[in-house]
Write a protein that binds this ligand. Structure first.
Ligand code: NAD
Ligand code: WQD
Length: 334
């Protein structure tokens, strides 16, 4: 049985689908602070299998201990956390509390239960401001642009120290680049609360007529067309990366993998790809640069390919089509 923390969230729910479909049993803990319980039933509609669900907080040590007592958990995938970069600047304590203290609580409870196999949702943001793309796993963590980024870097360091203190731990740190898209069924996807901060949900809400136009932040960067470049990957590819990383947990020690496609795509190219894939217009305007944005970064995805046998399979068109299917389905429901 695999415990997925944050398993009702955007990435966690796709990981749960991937695991159930591969024959794993899954238990989820999620406090639903950024998700909805209906996701659990949607996962069942997709997979015809039931994930066990506990509504609760990863900082609730008693709850974690009781879950570990009740279920034969062999490994934990830790996705629960707060993720909005801008909000983290305004509420740093909340971010350190959930992301850092939450992980400490989880590891303590795992230690007590003798479960020492963990996959952690980290982020390309840990490479910081100075790294040059493509980012390699050996690149040192850099200075962070936000408390959110620092919270991920701090957790990575804590997990390294934990592994030094007790080499029986097996820890895989997955550094996600820019996950987008949705399950091809259109039943689960990303549901940002309020106005989206991230590009893909913003594009799809403009296309759906929920927002008037996209503001493209900056067209004077030293990139192919002046707009920022990122490494966007399909959330189902990302989910598959977790399933493949589970195998790595049979070795003790700590390892790091980038999960990205290895290719950079500009904001303007993203808009064009969406319009081409869906036939739906996305009005946009250029606006000043957004504070804290880096001009361009993408992953080296070689280590994951060589050691996990993982490689992103889905195309940019798949990402656009699946995002749009989910957008249409979720707009018509609300
Ligand atoms: P999400 O907000 O959709 O999912 C996180 C889930 O964790 C939510 O369901 C939320 O209710 C739950 N949660 C939050 N605090 C909790 C707590 N204290 N106890 C229990 N559950 C809690 O976000 P996501 O995009 O699915 O991200 C999942 C993980 O991946 C996060 O750790 C995030 O930092 C990391 N990540 C995300 C991205 C991205 O672009 N989405 C990129 C890199 C890393
Ligand atoms: C992508 C590009 C924007 C919105 C963030 C976090 C990172 C990770 C993923 C968790 C940028 C541009 C965006 C808009 C725009 N999350 N943009 N108009 O900033 O690469 O990464 O999410 O770990 O930590 O920082 O992703 O989707 O916000 O932006 O022009 O309305 O789209 O300027 O160039 P980002 P994003």
């Amino acid at each position: 049985m695999i415990l997925v923390t944050g398993g009702a969230g955007y990435i966690g729910s796709h990981i749960v689908v991937e695991l159930l479909e591969a024959g794993h049993q899954v238990v989820i803990i999620d406090n639903l602070s950024n998700s909805d319980q209906s996701v659990i039933n949607r996962i069942k509609l997709i997979t015809k299998k039931q994930a066990l669900f506990y509504q609760g907080d990863v900082r609730d040590s008693a709850l974690l201990t009781s879950i570990f007592k009740k279920h034969n958990v062999s490994a934990v995938i830790h996705c629960a956390g707060l993720k909005a970069v801008g909000e983290s600047v305004v509420q740093p304590l909340a971010y350190y509390d959930t992301n850092v203290y939450g992980t400490i609580c989880l590891c303590n409870a795992m230690n007590k239960a003798g479960i020492k196999r963990l996959i952690f949702s980290s982020s390309a943001t840990v490479y910081g401001l100075e790294a040059t793309p493509p980012y390699l796993e050996v690149t040192e963590r850099g200075s962070s642009c936000s408390p959110y980024g620092s919270s991920k870097a701090i957790v990575e360091k804590i997990l390294e120290d934990l592994n030094v203190s007790d080499p029986q731990w097996s820890i895989v740190i997955l550094r996600y680049f820019n996950p987008i898209g949705a399950h091809p069924s259109g039943r689960i996807g990303e549901s940002p609360q309020g106005v989206p901060n991230n590009l893909m949900p913003y594009i799809s809400q403009v296309a759906a007529g929920l927002l008037p136009e996209l503001l493209i932040y900056g067209n004077d960067y030293p990139t192919v067309d002046g707009t920022c470049v990122r490494d966007y990957l399909h959330v189902m590819d990302l989910a598959q990366g977790h399933r493949m990383a589970l195998k790595k947990l049979s070795d003790t020690g700590i390892s790091y993998y980038n999960l990205g496609t290895g290719k950079g795509v500009s904001v303007k190219e993203m808009v064009d790809a969406f319009v081409e894939a869906t036939g739906v217009a996305v009005p946009y305007q250029f606006a000043p640069r957004r504070e804290g944005d880096l001009a361009a970064f993408w992953a080296s995805a070689e280590k994951a390919r060589l050691e996990l046998g993982w490689q992103a399979q889905k195309s940019l068109k798949d990402m656009m089509v699946d995002t749009w299917r989910w957008q249409v389905a979720s707009t018509s429901e609300s």
